[in-house]
Write a protein that binds this ligand. Structure first.
Ligand SMILES: [Zn+2]
Length: 260
């Protein structure tokens, strides 16, 4: 979403849709005016149904739907409302899980559905729906990889469900190993075990988006980084790096098969 947000003029309005208290840190964009909207009462600035947005037409420069469209009933109404509240020169960033992946199936199994009412399996079908509802063309797509941080013990209060025994009740070392193992199998066997879903950019984009998938996603905070930018160090037979966002230690895998 940086490719959209860092080019908006000072004072531009951004709608963060279905994100509780916000789906990303705002401190990087002090000049923008953010509105977080969620249907549930809580930390969001506006409590409302995304299918009936309480805003005027063309009120926003950008709409961010970060890990939220999979939760929204009446999706076509939500998409058409996104188009209505956006300016004609506006932009949209969407990220959603691919329901066919191991990561999303595991999430839904652990969390008994996890509130995913829309199971997206076909990116062309979804982006076509977004374009026809909003009038904005698709500009870029990136495959996103999973952090598996939904397995962390802190998400289960007062205690993890019995099925979490399989993952040592969310022990951080098990999640670290699982993430590394799945990425390694993906590289060796061309599988998609570590894939989460997709990110899509629509409308006005003032910089090209790097569409290469970033396989290194922090298991503690979920931020992804291109492999070539990571401060990698040797750790016995493995390679590791500390996440630039949260400092957590992660195991490194190359983004593309290396030449030997
Ligand atoms: Zn992190």
């Amino acid at each position: 979403m940086q490719a959209i947000l860092r080019h908006l003029p000072a004072g531009a309005r951004v709608l963060d849709l279905g994100c509780r208290d916000g789906s990303f840190p705002r401190t990087d964009y002090p000049g923008l005016r953010f509105t977080a909207l969620d249907r549930e009462a809580g930390a969001a600035e506006v409590q409302a149904d995304a299918a009936a947005l309480p805003f005027q037409d063309a009120a926003f420069h950008a709409v961010i739907a970060n890990h939220s469209l999979e939760h929204m009933e009446a999706l076509d109404a939500v998409l058409s409302e996104m188009g209505r509240v956006l300016r004609p020169d506006g932009s949209i960033y969407v990220s959603v899980p691919d329901a066919s992946t191991f990561s999303d199936r595991l999430y839904r199994w652990i969390y008994h559905g996890g509130g995913h009412v829309n199971l997206f399996r076909n990116p062309a079908e979804l982006t076509g729906r977004i374009t026809s509802a909003t009038g904005l063309p698709l500009r870029a797509t990136r495959v996103l990889h999973a952090s598996f941080l939904y397995l962390e013990r802190r998400h289960f209060r007062p205690r993890p469900p019995r099925r979490m025994w399989l993952f040592a009740n969310g022990d951080g070392r098990v999640i670290l190993a699982l993430s590394f193992l799945l990425r390694t199998v993906d590289r060796l066997a061309s599988t998609r075990l570590s894939v989460y879903g997709w990110a899509f950019w629509f409308g006005n984009l003032r910089e090209p988006v790097d569409t290469l998938a970033w396989t290194n996603v922090c298991v503690h905070c979920g931020s992804g980084t291109p492999a070539e930018l990571l401060p990698v160090r040797r750790r016995f037979l493995l390679r590791s790096y500390d996440c630039a966002s949260c400092g957590a230690s992660n195991l490194y895998t190359p983004d593309r098969p290396e030449r030997t």
